[in-house]
Design a protein around this ligand. Structure first.
Ligand SMILES: Cc1cc2nc3c(=O)[nH]c(=O)nc-3n(C[C@H](O)[C@H](O)[C@H](O)COP(=O)(O)O)c2cc1C
Length: 331
């Protein structure tokens, strides 16, 4: 970590100990390079990835209003218990998880996590989960008049409306779902694509043509680990989602392909980002912003550190910084 980054991290810690009311103002001065995603200005191009940020765990490490955006855990229409354990397994340069979208449901979210995040001055992306099209519609309907700044629709969840397959793997079904959700909200709607397809451009195009304002990619890749003592899968759910540095080249390739096919759509790049350099790769591939996921599970400060490192890297890349600030991308 460079000296300037260390100093900024120290400043962030100091800020954290002050009253919440003053945090926003203090942080506004710190970030030099903004980005614009679907018309929404982020104070820097780095956000948290869904399911890897918990306010109670991370809020003590850094000022959450300092990040470009905080993307929440998936929110479902009713509380979901998630999958039985074991839910996670280590893997080379990554991990496998089958948490199963455990969350207390949208009604609880609206009176608890969302107001707390907004009181802290965070730019909030609410991640929406559903096991059927009606589930998604119910959550998006309830969020329509909320304080959430943006919505991110997680179309990787197993969906009973589509025989248990995630709706993100079927461009026709995805288009139908997004068109239905579009009618329910004026909020900027990001569709988070699943990488578990042969052609990422087809669902990307279907989402955009049906009303998505932006795309985020990628969600986790299906994978598993086996315990060689028992000969059985380590994760109770058998398979889970692979994330972490191992998926970076795959995710980057997807971002590149979608950017080539859809030059205008705002893209948030996700997958294996644990440094400013890796975030920069995504921006050069054509992303408008990035989200940091699994890296935050071993180091809760990772998203803020990545943002600080990227801020330094953009100092010597004024052309890229200008593109982002104007809502354009490198490619
Ligand atoms: C423990 C865990 C929970 C996750 N939960 C969600 C979720 O609720 N909704 C979602 O869209 N993605 C979820 N994800 C996927 C991440 O947001 C991200 O897309 C993925 O992990 C790839 O990024 P990474 O390599 O930086 O972790 C989860 C990932 C992990 C590791």
């Amino acid at each position: 970590m460079g000296k300037a980054v260390k100093i900024r991290m120290e400043k962030t810690k100091m800020t954290r100990s002050k009253e919440h009311t003053s945090m926003n103002e203090l942080d506004l001065h710190k970030w030099r390079y903004q980005t614009v995603v679907a018309g929404v200005r982020w104070k820097n191009p780095v956000g948290t990835a869904s399911g890897t940020f918990q306010l109670d765990a991370c809020g003590d490490y850094y000022d959450v209003s300092g990040l470009g955006a905080i993307c929440t855990k998936g929110v479902s229409p009713v509380p979901w218990e998630g999958n039985p354990g074991p839910r996670t397994a280590e893997s080379p340069a990554g991990m496998v998880n089958a948490v199963g979208l455990q969350n207390p449901g949208v009604d609880h979210y609206l009176v608890d996590e969302l107001p707390r995040l907004k009181r802290l001055g965070a730019m909030v992306i609410t991640n929406v989960a559903g096991h059927s099209d009606d589930d998604y519609a119910q959550v998006v309907g309830k969020l329509a008049d909320s304080d959430a700044d943006m919505l991110e629709i997680n179309v990787s969840c197993p969906n009973v409306s589509h025989g248990g397959m995630s709706v993100g793997t079927d461009p026709v079904a995805l288009g139908r779902l997004i068109a239905r959700l579009r009618k329910l909200t004026d909020k900027p709607m990001i569709v988070k694509l699943t990488p578990n397809v042969t052609d990422i451009v087809a669902p990307a195009r279907a989402a955009v043509e049906s009303g998505a304002d932006a795309l985020s990619l990628i969600n986790t890749l299906v994978g598993m680990r086996i315990d060689i003592v028992t000969g059985e899968p380590i994760i109770a759910n058998t398979t889970g989602g692979v994330s972490g540095p191992a998926i970076l080249p795959i995710a980057l390739g997807f971002v590149w392909r979608v950017r080539q096919a859809l030059p205008q759509v705002p893209i948030i790049g996700i997958g294996g980002i644990d440094s400013g350099e890796k975030a920069l790769e995504y921006l050069y591939a054509g992303a408008n912003a990035v989200e940091v996921g699994a890296a935050a599970l071993s180091d809760p400060t990772a998203p803020m550190r990545v943002a600080c490192e990227l801020d330094e890297l953009l100092e010597t890349r004024p052309e890229l910084a200008r593109c982002l600030a104007e809502g354009r991308t490198w490619r």
